[in-house]
Design a protein around this ligand. Structure first.
Ligand code: ARG
Length: 451
């Protein structure tokens, strides 16, 4: 590929270190597609003849049909395709790289690949969102404790908990689709760094490859990997969300919590302890978050301080992005499977989670909230002494704390009332949650997979 300037051989150890074909082979299809479009642009610019253009395209199509083969000689996917082409059609193949560099080529290929990857990931996120809604609807009656500081706080519907994760993934999808707009810009025509001397119509070329526009500065275009960082950052947030879901499921499936039972399909046993059923599925999802953050921080660190324009350091972008894509995809898939394999147990709702409701009751009877807070705090101390829940305390005993308390307090203290009082948008009242579920279903139906 660059033999003319060299008389000696590449050291085999360095060649192995330098080569990227073992991982950038994933760009094979997009590399061929970009070259097919580029040959047409060269032909339109009279940089190659109509016949050469035809030969190049039929050669590239047959390379695509034959698929990837193992080639220990190939430095990267670009040199692999070009070498096959020259083998196949001879001299015309040697003209394809006219005015092009692997620098603008790889940036173009990677953007084409990532565009597809984002669409794929969007569809996978949508499947996990569906699994959350299915889980919510299967268990629509269930109330669980809501927590702050992992201390029982106020009861919520299990469906409300599911919808919290649904919202996170909805934002993740928007983030990816926003990043996609910046991915979908074509660097081709930037040459190695300075631009191209051939009169190719970049706009037409971009259009033929489905790009929304062309890059505006050749130095920037060949060295910009912001789009990779944005993708890795969106992937990292997805993993933050999945790891929190994982942690909730892991905790809720302990004997101590006992809310969830894990199906055999997504749990593992112990080689030593016969009674064990371990949530390895969700532990791995939680653990793999670290790996994706590593991909992000690794690439940021690689890019920091690089002089313009292209430097070989940037070849490190690929493994990070591929790994994040694979890891997030499989983590989403496993999370969906886990959600379909959880059984929900009867949950005991003790723990004074209706204390705030008693304070709100006193407020409705005219007491300032701070006073009500204080009164109820003392009621809770008494309840603990009596080893009772608040609603199990006799009315006469309750009235010692405030004569505003009357017989209707027991209705206010019921779990149903506690839940249903939260009836504003975003609250856990049964009616609000039912509406949110319907809205979520509609949103999913409208956002067809991959746009
Ligand atoms: N494999 C290279 C990469 O992924 C392609 C670009 C090589 N460019 C160069 N000037 N050596 O970055």
């Amino acid at each position: 590929m660059w033999g003319g300037r060299f008389t000696g051989q590449t050291d085999p150890g360095f060649a192995a270190f330098n080569n990227s074909f073992q991982f950038d082979r994933r760009l094979f299809e997009v590399d061929v597609a970009a070259s097919i479009a580029y040959s047409q642009a060269l032909e339109n610019a009279n940089a190659i003849s109509v016949d050469e253009g035809r030969q190049i395209r039929s050669g590239l199509e047959s390379i695509l049909r034959n698929g990837l083969t193992d080639d220990s000689q190939a430095e990267d996917v670009h040199s692999f395709v070009e070498a096959r082409l020259v083998e196949l059609i001879g001299d015309a193949g040697r003209k394809l790289h006219t005015g092009r560099s692997r620098n603008d080529q790889v940036a173009t290929d990677f953007r084409l690949w990532l565009r597809q990857a984002i669409d794929h990931l969007d569809a996978t996120l949508r499947i996990t969102q569906t699994a959350l809604l299915d889980f919510a609807e299967t268990n629509s009656e269930v109330v669980i404790p809501g927590y702050t500081h992992l201390q029982r706080a106020q009861p919520v519907l299990l469906a409300h908990w599911c919808l919290a994760y649904f919202e996170m993934l909805a934002r993740d999808r928007k983030r990816l689709l926003d990043a996609r707009r910046r991915v979908n810009i074509m660097p081709l025509g930037s040459g190695a760094l300075a631009g191209t001397s051939f009169p190719i119509d970049r706009e037409a070329l971009a259009k033929s490859l489905g790009f929304e526009g062309v890059s505006q500065n050749s130095l920037d275009a060949v060295s910009d990997r912001d789009f990779c960082v944005e993708f890795l950052s969106a992937c990292s947030l997805i993993m933050v969300h999945l790891s929190r879901l994982a942690e909730d499921v892991i905790i809720y499936a302990t004997t101590e919590f006992g809310f969830f039972g894990l199906g055999d399909a997504i749990a593992t046993g112990s080689s030593l302890m016969p009674q064990k059923k371990n949530p390895d599925s969700m532990e791995l999802v939680r653990g793999k978050a670290g790996r994706v953050f590593g991909d992000l921080v690794g690439l940021l660190t690689t890019l920091k301080g690089l002089p313009l324009a292209y430097n070989k350091d940037m070849q490190e972008d690929k493994e990070a992005v591929f790994d994040a894509f694979d890891t997030v995809t499989s983590s989403l898939q496993v999370s969906s499977t886990v959600l379909a394999n959880i059984t929900v147990n009867e949950v005991a709702l003790g723990g004074y989670m209706n204390a705030t409701e008693l304070a709100d009751y006193l407020v409705r009877k005219g007491m300032p909230f701070r006073d009500a807070h204080d009164v109820v705090g003392r009621v809770v101390i008494r309840a603990i002494e009596l080893e009772k829940q608040i609603e199990e305390i006799e009315i006469d005993e309750l009235r010692k704390f405030s004569t505003l308390i009357e017989a209707d307090v027991y209705d206010a203290l019921s779990i149903e009332q506690t839940i249903n009082a939260k009836s504003q948008t975003g609250g856990t009242a049964r009616a609000s949650v039912k509406e949110s579920l319907a809205r979520a279903r509609r949103a999913l139906a409208e956002s067809s997979p991959g746009r």
